[in-house]
Design a protein around this ligand. Structure first.
Ligand SMILES: Nc1ncnc2c1ncn2[C@@H]1O[C@H](COP(=O)(O)OP(=O)(O)OP(=O)(O)O)[C@@H](O)[C@H]1O
Ligand SMILES: Nc1ncnc2c1ncn2[C@@H]1O[C@H](COP(=O)(O)OP(=O)(O)OP(=O)(O)O)[C@@H](O)[C@H]1O
Ligand SMILES: [Mg+2]
Ligand SMILES: [Mg+2]
Lengths: 225, 225
């Protein structure tokens, strides 16, 4: 369902060019469970942003369900992002002036759900990540790992079929990390497609396939057995 | 050099009271190397903020080098924070409009160093964390792990004698994490006092003493052998 064809992403900083991605090709099929690994700065978040329709490549093509994403207008892209793709950001990206419940409710508002549904689904999502007693806390009234879990709840609340998780357990202790990974494992068993960026082998071993990035290129792409 | 005596920290959210710390007592000696562990929300960052003079307790006393910190005026506290304590924040807290070099230079400016010294020390600090080729990038032009390393470089640039690191490797791959831990190990051998909050046993094993927090209380405090 996802085809990256020779994707490059080049940034210009001052007079220097940074090749964040230098020609990446990758096929992701329905119900795949991928782990993306690679050292700091190797291009993982850049690749996730392109797959999640949050950024466009400098060159190459991205086909999503056979449609060339670069050919889609903003409204169509926006609708895909909100309904089909759940994105857990590496740096959470929560709205500072809203509490946990309000933050998790945002995708439901965009999906046009009514107030009762919004309240029910957002509350459920927060309880699922163990934050039932923190729903009225704003981000600065939450611990690092609690903010991460609000970001996770928000990404899953619309039941998206493609889940992109950029280091979803970086701020979590091992017990909480296992709970989150069990959540993702269950979503995979339910037929969804999961892509997790991680630095930790313990997290990567949940996936069925491991893709390694190095200096903006794919170094290896193997099944996990 | 650090005595926490029955420290409590209570937050009020709406009508609820949250006991982030519920009576914590801890002695830290010169040249100690502590790891602080505990599940998400157990009070680790709250404790670090109090030790780092960034926050004050609701009750209890904090003696730093035998002085009651609550008795010190703002200028004195500020001077201790800037010169004696290096703080690596869990969420980095970089200035978005300044590049990596400028961010790392901030403590040197406050320490009254001249321009040539500032440039030299800030550049050295960034090279030490492997970011010699990213010095002119702003935070939004850096990967998650690169931002974390800028925060680390900034904390160490004034050669503080007390280093408080709140999850310094949460966004780093294993190779880069090891480089950072070697840095901290060397600083410890040089006579400094190191306190690291971490969720990972691989990181905690570098420390000589492990303190475990649970629900705002110290659950255990043991030597690491
Ligand atoms: N400003 C605040 N207002 C209300 N509650 C707060 C505030 N800051 C922290 N808390 C609560 O205090 C508790 C401890 O927070 P703290 O940030 O110290 O946890 P932590 O051990 O660092 O967790 P993590 O491993 O997730 O970073 C959490 O339950 C959090 O919700
Ligand atoms: N807006 C930008 N402008 C310039 N360079 C950028 C920009 N965004 C990212 N980069 C650079 O592109 C490279 C890849 O960044 P990316 O965020 O994809 O890395 P990553 O693999 O996610 O790293 P980490 O594990 O540290 O999160 C890095 O070297 C980074 O400095
Ligand atoms: Mg990243
Ligand atoms: Mg914390």
């Amino acid at each position: 369902i996802i085809e990256l064809i020779n994707i490059s992403k080049i940034y210009k900083v001052g007079t220097q060019f940074v090749h964040a991605l230098a020609g990446v090709s990758l096929d992701i099929y329905k119900n795949d469970y991928l782990a993306i690994m690679g050292s700091s700065g190797s291009g993982k978040s850049t690749m996730m942003n392109i797959v999640g329709c949050l950024d466009s490549p400098s060159s190459g093509s991205y086909l999503l369900n056979t449609y060339d994403v670069s050919g889609l207008d903003d409204d169509k892209l926006s609708s895909i992002r909100n309904k089909e793709i759940g994105f857990i950001f590496q740096t959470f990206n929560l709205l500072p002036r809203y509490n946990a419940l309000e933050n998790v409710a945002v995708p439901l508002i965009y999906a046009g759900k009514n107030k009762i549904e919004i309240n029910l689904l957002a509350t459920e999502a927060l309880m699922q990540v163990g934050l039932g007693d923190r729903m009225d806390h704003k981000p600065n009234e939450l611990s690092g790992g609690q903010r991460q879990r609000v970001a996770i709840a928000r990404a899953l609340v619309n039941s998206p079929s493609l889940i992109l998780a950029d280091e979803p357990t970086g701020n979590l202790d091992s017990k909480t990390s296992e709970e989150i990974m069990r959540l993702l494992d269950d979503l995979h068993k339910a037929g969804n497609t999961i892509v997790v960026v991680t630095h930790e082998n313990d997290i990567a071993k949940h996936a069925h396939r491991i893709v390694k990035l190095k200096d903006g290129l794919i170094e290896s792409d193997r099944n996990n057995n």
